[in-house]
Write a protein that binds this ligand. Structure first.
Ligand SMILES: NC(=O)c1ccc[n+]([C@@H]2O[C@H](COP(=O)([O-])OP(=O)(O)OC[C@H]3O[C@@H](n4cnc5c(N)ncnc54)[C@H](O)[C@@H]3O)[C@@H](O)[C@H]2O)c1
Length: 382
């Protein structure tokens, strides 16, 4: 099957590399010639390095499967086209409608959107049943997880087919309902949001929260270091989009501290300054390593994360196994959040949330109906 990839930026070129390495002929399309030639040069360099490390047999063989094009019409022979252009609903809808004029009726059309409704993108097409989300993670060649997201119009048969195809590409597919943030970008919101709340309230400073989450919680990166790494232009915008898409549910409310960083263009590591200062010679803040306080910080953030996972299960966003795989493979959490709940006890988690709800009186801390039930029945998720 010939694979089309539209958009040759960070994600599109990564996805194209994965498909070509799996043996497909790939047509990589971009309306910006500069972006296309940068993608070609970077792909050549990456594939050369992979050949030197003996991860692939021949860079030339993989490169020979590529066609670079500025014209969507060149997608005509494709059996699957994956769109990875700018995250803008109107632009994506336009591209899908135009793409449909060029491809055959049996061509599957996928979007790599992180936060837009797949259903609304599908609605731009004459045959919406062939549209679905295939959400890869950055960098696509290295991250195993792919969220397969059927729109409400999508033909049911496409889901197992796409899961199978992703597995042949060496990926780990999970299925997510077309709801804001799918699995990973929804379940991970409290990791950032609750950490910022704790910081804004002056309970602990950033370095202390990061220390607690890594040293006591076992996460690879603390929330502030991670947000700086992702970039506030990406991380804040995902939070804001999820918040708006959930009809302003306070659980997803963005923070002013992060918005100000974005306004100042203090985007994180890439701009030299975010929550932390990355300028050479600047002093790193020192955490206050108080075990008891550290545990309280971890428990509060973890209770919010678990509640989000349980609520996603309750609302049929995904099955237990996929919720767990998404968080361990998509964002490298040390454990799945439902397994963590089992270990901690649904009752202890519920008590923490009910306490927060009582002292803050904020709907943000309302416990999921399912968590309450599991605590009452003393049930486990796994
Ligand atoms: N970057 C991430 O971490 C990440 C992770 C998962 C999903 N995504 C999603 O993937 C998509 C692409 O993100 P990215 O980070 O690769 O963006 P990017 O800015 O690096 O690349 C986008 C590319 O699309 C091209 N483009 C824009 N409009 C086009 C059009 N009408 N026709 C053809 N090409 C067009 C641009 O020239 C650019 O080369 C977005 O929907 C984003 O939400 C991004």
């Amino acid at each position: 099957m010939v694979i089309g990839v539209v958009g040759s930026g960070a994600m599109g070129s990564g996805i194209a590399q994965v498909a070509a390495t799996a043996g497909h002929n790939v047509i990589l399309v971009d309306n910006n010639a500069q972006s296309l030639s940068t993608a070609e040069r970077k792909l050549r360099e990456t594939l050369q390095k992979l050949q030197e490390k003996q991860k692939i047999a021949s860079a030339e063989a993989v490169l020979s499967r590529f066609t670079f094009s500025e014209n969507l019409a060149d997608c005509a022979p494709c059996g699957l086209v994956i769109e990875a252009i700018v995250e803008n609903l109107d632009v994506k809808k336009k591209v899908f409608a135009e793409l449909e004029l060029h491809v055959g009726d049996r061509c599957i059309m996928a979007t790599n959107t992180s936060s837009l409704s797949v259903t609304s993108i599908a609605a731009a097409c004459k045959l919406p049943r062939r549209v679905l989300g295939l959400h890869f993670f950055n960098p696509a060649p290295l991250m195993a997880l792919v969220e397969v997201v059927p729109a409400i119009q999508t033909d049911d048969a496409l889901v197992p087919d796409m899961k199978q195809l992703m597995a042949t590409w060496g990926k780990t597919p999970v299925v997510a309902k077309d709801t804001p943030g799918f699995i990973v970008n929804r379940l991970a919101r409290p990791y950032y949001g609750e950490a910022i709340r704790i910081y804004e309230e002056g309970i602990a400073d950033m370095a202390t929260i990061d220390w607690a989450m890594t040293e006591i919680g076992g996460f690879r990166m603390g929330p502030f270091a991670l947000m700086d790494f992702i970039g506030h232009d990406v991380n804040y915008v995902v939070t804001e989009t999820v918040f708006q898409s959930f009809f302003f549910d306070p659980r997803y409310r963005p923070s002013l501290s992060q918005k100000r960083l974005l306004e100042a263009r203090w985007l994180g590591v890439k701009s030299g300054r975010g929550f932390y200062n990355y300028a050479s010679g600047s002093l790193k803040p020192v955490p206050i390593k108080n075990q008891e306080q550290g545990k309280q910080i971890v428990d509060r953030i973890l209770a919010m994360l678990i509640n989000e996972a349980v609520d996603a299960l309750y609302l049929n966003v995904a099955v237990v196994a996929d919720l767990e795989t998404a968080m361990t493979k998509g964002v490298n959490y040390p454990k799945g959040l439902l397994a963590w709940c089992d270990e901690w006890g649904a009752d202890s988690c519920l008590q923490k949330l009910d306490f927060l709800y009582k002292i803050y009186g904020d709907d943000r801390y309302r416990a999921s109906r399912m968590l309450r039930q599991y605590a009452f029945d003393n049930k486990k998720f796994i």
